[in-house]
Design a protein. Structure first.
Ligand code: ADP
Ligand code: MG
Length: 225
């Protein structure tokens, strides 16, 4: 999926006045690219991802996903885009503790269009992609942070999204586990035909991407890695 952001603004009304978190940001990401967005805490990285992920709407400006303007689409269209076209990975994994690893990965498929008889096989294939086939029947709480994040990545890919958004995916992991997780994201980007937009404040994690952008004063500035 390709992503185009044009003159994007997101303002919040606060007791202290208007907070211009995203203030005329522009960005183009080609299909299959892997970009990292860096910036200090509170600069608006999560806000930007929520806008890209059709979770929140901008104050002004446009977001095109595969050349379709999504910010003005109605809520049921945006819901479908979230379900079928976008995978989300969070810093805190957000796995459901009462479900097994396999059930966590199957869950989004129950809302999507994978036939019932194919869901388990697809979940197992995704577990192979993240290297955790042997954990299929474990509960997430029995796994390490790095393993839980791999499961969260597998779940995010359940409905074959064209765009994977990752918000500080290594934020809770040590340096070695972060390196391993970034290799998983790298290989997914190379083998699963998915465009990857990752937000991080860790330069080592960011360096695995093809390009790094900096979010500062509400605007994006790009560099080559
Ligand atoms: N719904 C909201 N209402 C008011 N302020 C918000 C809201 N969401 C985020 N903010 C503010 O916007 C700024 C950017 O937040 P965020 O995108 O979470 O930053 P980051 O992910 O880069 O740490 C912060 O100052 C935060 O307090
Ligand atoms: Mg954040």
């Amino acid at each position: 999926m390709n992503v185009r952001v044009q003159n994007l603004r997101k303002y919040f009304e606060t007791s202290a006045g208007v907070l211009k978190v995203i203030d005329n940001a522009n960005l183009t990401v080609e299909k299959g690219d892997f970009i990292a967005i860096m910036g200090s805490s509170g600069c608006g990285k999560s806000t930007l991802l929520f806008l890209l992920g059709c979770i929140d709407v901008p104050t002004f400006g446009s977001i095109y996903l595969d050349n379709v303007e999504v910010t003005e689409a109605d809520e049921s269209t945006r819901e479908k885009i979230r379900l079928y076209n976008i995978g989300f990975v969070f810093q805190n994994y957000n796995l459901l503790p009462t479900l097994t690893v396999l059930e966590n990965i199957i869950l989004p498929m129950q809302l999507g269009d994978t036939f019932k008889g194919q869901r388990e096989a697809r979940a197992l294939a995704l577990l192979r992609v993240v290297g955790l086939e042997d954990k299929r029947d474990d509960k997430p709480t029995n796994l390490s942070g790095g393993q839980q994040q791999r499961i969260a990545i597998a779940r995010a890919l359940a409905n074959k999204p064209g765009l994977l958004l990752a918000d500080e995916p290594t934020g809770n992991l040590d340096a070695k586990t972060s390196r391993e997780l970034m290799q998983v994201l790298r290989s997914i980007n190379e083998t699963q035909e998915v465009t990857l937009v990752m937000v991080t404040h860790d330069p080592k994690s960011a360096s695995v991407a093809n390009r790094i952008f900096y979010l500062e004063n509400g605007q994006l500035r790009g560099t080559l890695v």
